[in-house]
Write a protein that binds this ligand. Structure first.
Ligand SMILES: *Cc1c(COP(=O)(O)O)cnc(C)c1O
Length: 373
């Protein structure tokens, strides 16, 4: 029996394994209120008070993900805290400055050859540190009641007429919470655009709703290869048998999957936890892609780790484990600067025709590199 099975038997004794394993059941039974959450965990005073307030950003947890939370540091990524009310200097509702780059509703074009397509505002579970909490869970992009497909049409038109766009990153919200039919429609429309070489889907579904990764979904997506997944993983506690199975299905469908992790204080900000997560991901054939500094979304100070600590954590991986296990540490810069890679300085100077380079053990080596005449 998995941890989720034990939890289901204790808290949902009348729910069969078949119902529990149906992603529609999981979405219909998300935990959103203080009372629903208090039935499953004992909220502490801070969590309880925050749950009782009307928070602008909704709380929602799938019963499956809730089964992992009570003893895990992941709990603070899902349960609200009164600390969210403290807005620190430099924090905003649009920390990445996406609004000025919105070239169509839900379409962000910041980099020369690729776009971010915010296909839906819905997620199965809401992360408290969400960088798009101004949009998700609020119907902000469809507030005028425009149906999804007609909103997409404006974004698709933009992509059709911009031949430089060779990579479309479909995100949101979580696109894998949409129906197979809606995804099929969107992927087909993107595939019909000749200059779109690759499609990526950003999702946290394998971690929070792994039963969504059905054979039928994989079959739908496979038709539109090359499709890549950018998945969101946070902590090794997420690597349950259910999630590993979902990742294996993704790999078996020929979908290369990368993982993006947000560095979060008290959740994954130690070298052992990060290393374990990266190793577990590789075992499930998911390649660590980015480690992100937590964006300065309003009220997120309690999640942020100093950048110096982030560099220390990356240094504890590089050289000490497989290169495949080392994600790229990046900060997505406020005000629309985009992603900037943060590296420790490895090139420490020059001695005549030799460069001085520092290895992972901090030993300096000489490398012949004569300057051009
Ligand atoms: C992160 C991001 C991308 C993709 O960046 P990669 O480094 O190629 O993964 C594209 N557009 C926007 C707006 C982004 O924030």
């Amino acid at each position: 029996m998995t941890q989720a099975d034990i939890f289901r038997k204790a808290f949902y004794p009348h729910v069969s394994k078949a119902e529990w394993s149906d992603w529609h059941w999981q979405l219909a039974n998300r935990l959103t209120t203080a009372e629903q959450i208090a039935r499953l965990f004992a909220p502490n005073n801070d969590e309880w008070q925050s749950l009782r307030q009307t928070n602008a950003f909704p709380t929602a947890i799938t019963p499956y993900y809730a089964s992992l939370l009570s003893e895990s540091p992941l709990r603070k990524t899902m349960l609200p805290s009164l600390m969210e009310k403290n807005v620190s200097p430099g924090e905003t509702d649009d920390p990445l400055g996406e609004e000025p780059c919105m070239v169509a509703p839900g379409l962000v074009h910041r980099y020369p050859d690729r776009v971010l397509f915010l296909a839906t505002e819905y997620c199965s579970a809401y992360c408290r540190y969400c960088t798009r909490s101004r949009l998700v869970g609020r119907h902000a992009l469809c507030h005028d009641g425009t149906p999804l497909k007609s909103r997409w049409e404006k974004a698709l038109d933009y992509i059709r007429s911009h031949t430089e766009v060779r990579d479309v990153l479909v995100s949101g919200g979580d696109p894998l919470t949409m129906s197979d039919e809606a995804l099929d429609y969107l992927l087909k429309a993107l595939r019909q655009i000749k200059h779109v070489e690759m499609i990526r889907i950003g999702s946290k579904v394998p971690a929070v709703l792994p039963m969504r990764i059905t054979p039928a979904l994989m079959k739908t997506i496979k038709k539109y290869h090359p499709v890549f997944f950018s998945l969101h993983f946070t902590h090794p506690d997420e690597m349950t048998p259910e999630t590993i199975r979902a990742c294996e299905r993704i790999a078996d469908a020929g979908i290369p999957a990368g993982s993006q992790t947000v560095l979060l204080k008290g959740v994954n900000d130690d070298a052992e936890t990060l290393k374990k997560l990266m190793h577990e991901l590789l075992k499930a054939r998911v390649r660590p892609y980015y480690l992100f500094q937590c964006d300065p979304i309003a009220g997120s100070m309690h999640f942020r780790v100093p950048v110096s600590k982030g560099i220390e954590l990356i240094n504890a991986l590089r050289g000490y484990t497989s290169g495949y296990a080392v994600p790229t540490y990046a900060i997505d810069i406020p005000g629309g600067g985009g992603k900037i890679i943060i590296n420790d300085q490895r090139c420490v100077g020059r001695d005549g025709d030799f460069l001085l380079l520092k290895n992972f053990e901090n030993t300096i080596y000489r490398y012949p590199d004569p300057l051009p005449e």
